[in-house]
Design a protein around this ligand. Structure first.
Ligand code: SF4
Length: 375
């Protein structure tokens, strides 16, 4: 049985590190019950998703992250017209958000990052641009530009919100082992704080299931909670299981008989995130691309209230072994959510529910939307 005081603290958003340690080892039914109660308390029975498109504009990267299966020395780099064509496809199917991330190119400067945004915004001023990880902003801010200036320029060019990726595990001991050349914990936090300060909201993520300990996961959650208390800038928290195929780190794990995170651990991570972040971050996303649709659906009973986006294109998880596909139609989201006993709703990036579930019925098979469905 979980201690009553712990449950009380969880309900009031005051979970301590000791509480989180107990929860991380708690029997699954008790953990999931508490997470589900807090989910209901925070957001009710609606489960959301977003109609969006991912654009990974280049697979080339000067980074050295040992977990990365996406980086490709002889990879592709999209031109502005190619990016624009993908944006047009997204708008055609009713996407309200375009998410853009890519590798770090040595010749890509702040002006190049801005040019992508300006090109899309000049054609689609209403489309929300959820773009560039803190690492990409750090890269754009090099050579004396500075993070604040880079963020200001990106915002002026059309950046609306940022994905809180590149977080991996926000513990430097772990980062030194899995991504030594990436920005460190303090630097990641400084970019996110600066973004929130400029009114640019972000998501927050964790990439778990490699060499980190339970304590590292908890420290990560507590840091995210601390930042949120200061800035209120996070819209959601997204646990992302490490996928061990096709990377240096993954190969080492597989060779030693470690096949990566299991479904039970995935659900435990989502439940823990819900409980530790309760009253601070209302939305916990279960990524259908990473978890698969069936486990993501079950995560809706373990603290999650959102299933992410339709995506259309997803290269990063796919290159690391994800097999769930790159696109899921609104009709299928609707189906999965209903079958989980929840009420489906389409949301925008800021979690406003943009149109009622009944409008989803107007979507044609294969994802094309009738014009009347798009607000
Ligand atoms: S994770 Fe990102 S920054 Fe790191 S190597 Fe891969 S593409 Fe580059």
């Amino acid at each position: 049985m979980l201690p009553t005081e712990l449950i009380d603290r969880a309900h009031t958003g005051r979970c301590t590190k000791e509480d989180a340690t107990i929860l991380a080892a708690a029997p699954l039914p008790e953990l999931f019950r508490l997470a589900d109660e807090l989910r209901a308390e925070a957001v009710g029975d609606t489960a959301t998703y977003i109609i969006n498109r991912n654009i990974n504009f280049t697979s080339m990267c000067i980074g050295t992250c040992r977990f990365c299966a996406f980086r490709d020395r002889d990879g592709y780099r999209m031109s502005i017209p190619e990016i624009l064509e993908k944006a047009r496809e997204a708008v055609r199917i009713g996407a309200t958000e375009i998410c853009i991330q890519g590798g770090l190119l040595p010749d890509m400067r702040l002006a190049d990052y801005c040019e992508i945004l300006e090109s899309i915004k000049s054609e689609f001023p209403e489309t929300h641009l959820h773009v560039y990880s803190p690492m990409e902003v750090w890269h754009a801010a090099r050579d004396g530009v500075g993070v604040k200036n880079a963020l200001a320029a990106l915002k002026d060019s059309g950046l609306d919100t940022m994905p809180g990726t590149a977080a991996e595990i926000l513990v430097d001991r772990v980062r030194e082992m899995i991504c030594p050349d990436k920005l460190n914990t303090e630097e990641w936090a400084s970019v996110v704080r600066a973004a929130h300060c400029k009114g640019i909201r972000t998501t927050a993520t964790i990439m778990y299931g490699h060499i980190e300990t339970t304590e590292d996961r908890i420290d990560h959650l507590l840091l995210v909670r601390e930042i949120q208390k200061e800035t209120h800038g996070f819209t959601e928290f997204v646990p992302l299981p490490f996928m061990p195929r096709n990377s240096e780190l993954g190969s080492e794990m597989l060779a030693s008989g470690n096949y990566g995170v299991t479904g039970i651990d995935d659900l435990r991570m989502h439940a823990l995130a819900r409980i530790v972040l309760h009253t601070h971050i209302p939305n916990i996303q279960a990524s259908w691309v990473k978890l698969g649709t069936k486990l993501a659906q079950y995560a809706l009973h373990c603290g999650a209230n959102d299933l992410g986006g339709t995506l259309m294109e997803e290269k990063i998880s796919k290159s690391a072994g994800a097999t769930s596909g790159e696109y899921m139609s609104p009709a299928e989201f609707d189906w999965i959510i209903r079958k989980a006993g929840r009420v489906p709703a389409v949301r925008d990036t800021l979690y406003n529910q943009t149109f009622h579930e009944s409008s989803i019925k107007n979507y044609l098979p294969g994802g094309a939307a009738t014009s009347s469905t798009v607000i």
